[in-house]
Design a protein around this ligand. Structure first.
Ligand code: ADP
Ligand code: MG
Length: 391
């Protein structure tokens, strides 16, 4: 029996019409002789009743990453499983709603970002053999004591891939509200194009550099086990092919595959002569991750996410380090596994940006080049780069 795992994101489960689409998808797979396991996210986006953010705000923020918070925010996905399972039942499809733990996802006790210890697919296999459709709560597992843990942001993508690997699924389908992986975020770049096939490496980079359409951890796992991923628009299943992600090295057309961006960055410049080692250690022990790091003789420049602002200022002042910072920055990255060693890309980036768009900093790797720009010009910069690389 062929198995596919279908993951439905928050916007794909929160209306009766979309839930009808899910029913159609399950029926269609059945007709093709394929059994489905569904992984679902909490219904809706920020601000909506059962969305993760809404639940999270019911208790004070200092409970973040605690057992309490995980008990609370895991409810969003559990609600979805039952709403969808009963919807399938009403169409005559035997379905069963399951927590992550009931589906066999076992983790350690790192609340808020639990690590996978083991995935036991025995029960899911039994259910599939009985002809049932398991609907599994994404983004969660359970520890050895049976307590619910959550896997961190984007965790439902990871749940789906984990189950896909365990059940030796033919592929994992990620259903969402856009047509697939695009050459840039379509909400920001109106003429972003669908990428029909792309390799794991490029998507991993894309996800890592801010394209939230799929979570990097999920891509990394799929790559390790060579399980093909598809990203599909829930409301266009059957009409639009979406994106196929696999290990085909030549999959990405052109030199640059896509442009990604991440808002909410702060650029820091510290006057550091002798104490810099200490300060880097302190940032690490306070879980402040830094990026775009440039160390000079008398100064260190790097960026952080803006959520760390107050914490970092406190550390710097306590340690009497002179600092300056630039608020409201956006990191924009162009990605392509063919960038490797090609000359002139930075020149092209510079030429494509209009004069009033200042570049605050750059960094690069074999397959990416990133620039930091003020957020108020970021959308324009993303569109200009997207245009100049013919994406
Ligand atoms: P879901 O709730 O289905 O998991 P997400 O919000 O996590 O949905 O991811 C889908 C969103 O990712 C899209 O609505 C789109 O705005 C955004 N996105 C960012 N970059 C890209 C990209 N390169 N291709 C497609 N979507 C992207
Ligand atoms: Mg998502």
């Amino acid at each position: 029996m062929d198995i596919i795992v279908q993951k439905y994101g928050g916007t794909s489960v929160n209306s009766p019409e979309l839930r009808d689409k899910i029913v159609e998808n399950v029926i269609k797979a059945r007709e093709d002789g394929i059994a489905t396991v569904l992984v679902v996210s909490a219904m809706g986006r920020k601000g909506e009743a059962y969305a993760t953010d809404t639940l999270q705000n019911l208790i004070p923020a200092h409970y973040k990453d605690s057992r309490f918070m995980d008990m609370l925010i895991s409810c969003g996905e559990i609600i979805s499983t039952t709403v969808i399972a009963t919807h399938l039942m009403d169409y005559g499809i035997e379905a069963i709603s399951l927590t992550g733990g009931q589906a066999g996802i076992l983790t350690d006790s790192t609340y808020g970002s639990a690590n996978i210890v083991k995935v036991d697919g025995t029960y899911l296999q039994e259910l599939l053999e009985e002809g049932k459709v398991p609907i599994v709560a994404g983004f969660q597992g359970q520890n050895e004591k049976g307590e619910i843990t959550t896997l961190g942001r984007g965790g439902s993508d990871t749940s789906a891939v984990l189950l896909g690997i365990t059940l030796k699924a033919k592929n994992v389908e990620i259903f969402t509200d856009v047509d697939g992986i695009m050459t840039a975020d379509p909400k920001l770049v109106p003429n972003a194009k669908l990428i029909e096939e792309i390799n794991y490496d490029d998507v991993f980079q894309l996800a890592q550099y801010g394209a939230k359409v799929i979570h990097p951890k999920a891509v990394d796992l799929a790559m390790q086990y060579n399980i093909p991923l598809k990203v599909i628009n829930t409301s266009k299943y059957g009409e639009s092919i979406g994106t196929l992600i696999n290990n085909h090295p030549t999959n990405s057309a052109g030199l640059v595959a896509a442009v990604a961006h991440e808002y909410g960055k702060i650029q820091w410049s510290l006057s550091t002569k002798t104490r810099d080692k200490e300060i880097f250690k302190l940032m690490a022990s306070n879980n402040i991750s830094i990026d775009m790091i440039n160390i000079f003789i008398d100064q260190s420049v790097f960026i952080t996410n803006d959520i760390h602002k107050e914490k970092l200022i406190k550390i710097l002042e306590e340690n009497k380090i002179d600092y300056k910072y630039v608020n409201h920055c956006t990191k924009i990255t162009i990605i392509g596994s063919k960038i490797r060693g090609v000359p002139g890309i930075m020149a092209k980036i510079m030429a494509s940006l209009e004069g009033d768009i200042s570049i605050l900093q750059t960094s690069d790797s074999h397959t990416t080049i990133s620039i930091l720009v003020p957020t108020d010009v970021a959308n324009r910069a993303v569109n200009l780069l997207h245009g100049s690389f013919n994406l």
